[in-house]
Ligand binder design. Structure first.
Ligand code: SF4
Ligand code: ZN
Ligand code: ZN
Length: 315
């Protein structure tokens, strides 16, 4: 097989981007990722002077790349602070190993990391909860995600963060969009997008830290390749509980991508075109934000989902 040459500099290529019709060598690939990252941050005005940015670092490839890139673009800025937040869900054999990598990464980059655990914040680890409540595989991931977002938002707010940077890549975002279509959840769909506008709204602004997703236009295989080329510590293996609707949607999108290159890009850009309309359509039906009666965190119901699904049982 003839080795492809980099479309930019002519050196040996290490990746062929079918969706762009060009091949890139390691150096040109990294430059292109860095340009894309900066462009996304600038285009959606993700950063303001005086920001305190918390990056959610899980120990996986995406958040490792997000932290590295954020650190790179913010280094010359003395007016912006950067730190990392990690959540220890308490999953033996997977998340504990990933967290080790997250610690290693923060040390390597010299970034302060704050770690919060399910055990301390919610009374028990996810492993203990799964065992006690005999949770099915389909339910575990959804519940864990709700609790993780609850901890991240609460702790980012308590630490004075003005933005919460998430490591969602192109595939994650396309999956989230499709999941909301499948579920028929227009309200949740209205809260997607590169910056969670919802948290800037009157209703949610005080309690929700705006989430930013600067990797949103970078495919999953490329966040991984970037992390590898930059020798960032990360755990390549997925969490043992990963499951639920996301897996099915992921399979469908993978199958489509093989036959129709660039599907994930199309899903997101079409959604972005519709998003202002979606947000307008739910403007009057948007639920009021309360403080949860039990934990005081923001919720669209009197009791938030974490208190309802996790804490409500007599533990
Ligand atoms: Fe939690 Fe699911 Fe992520 Fe595992 S994959 S850490 S269960 S949200
Ligand atoms: Zn090149
Ligand atoms: Zn609550």
């Amino acid at each position: 097989m003839v080795k492809r040459k980099c479309s930019v500099c002519g050196r040996n290529a290490i990746i062929h981007r079918k969706y762009e019709g060009r091949a890139l060598c390691g150096q040109c690939f990294c430059r292109s990722i860095e340009r894309k990252f900066k462009k996304t941050v600038g285009k959606y005005r993700m950063i303001d002077s005086g920001d305190r940015i918390a990056v959610a670092v899980s120990g996986g490839k995406d958040s490792a790349s997000a932290l590295y890139l954020m650190n790179m673009i913010l280094k010359p800025r003395k007016d912006i602070e950067l730190f990392a937040i990690s959540v220890d869900e308490g999953i033996k054999g997977s998340r504990d190993l990933a967290l080790k990598k997250a610690r290693e990464l923060c040390r390597k980059l010299g970034i302060k990391q704050h770690v919060f655990s399910f055990r301390k914040e919610l009374g028990k680890s996810l492993d203990q909860k799964v065992k006690k409540d005999k949770l099915s595989r389909g339910d575990i991931c959804g519940l864990c995600g709700i609790c993780r977002r609850w901890i991240l938002n609460k702790k980012a707010r308590e630490l004075g963060a003005t933005k919460l940077c998430m490591g969602m890549n192109l595939n994650d975002e396309a999956e989230s969009i499709m999941m909301n279509y499948v579920r028929g959840d227009v309200l949740r769909a209205s809260r997607l997008g590169p910056v969670t506008e919802y948290s800037r709204s009157k209703a949610g602004g005080k309690f929700f830290i705006p989430r930013i997703k600067p990797l949103r236009w970078i495919p999953e295989n490329e966040t991984e390749l970037y992390a590898k080329l930059k020798k960032l510590p990360f755990r390549p293996k997925e969490c043992k509980y990963r499951g639920g609707l996301r897996i099915d949607v992921e399979k469908v999108l993978d199958m489509l991508e093989k036959k129709h290159v660039g599907v994930a890009f199309t899903v997101i850009s079409t959604f972005d075109t519709m998003l202002p309309g979606i947000r307008k359509s739910i403007k009057y039906s948007e639920p009021k934000i309360h403080r949860c009666k039990k934990c005081g965190e923001p919720s669209s119901h009197a009791v938030c989902k974490v208190c309802l699904l996790w804490k409500n049982q007599k533990d």
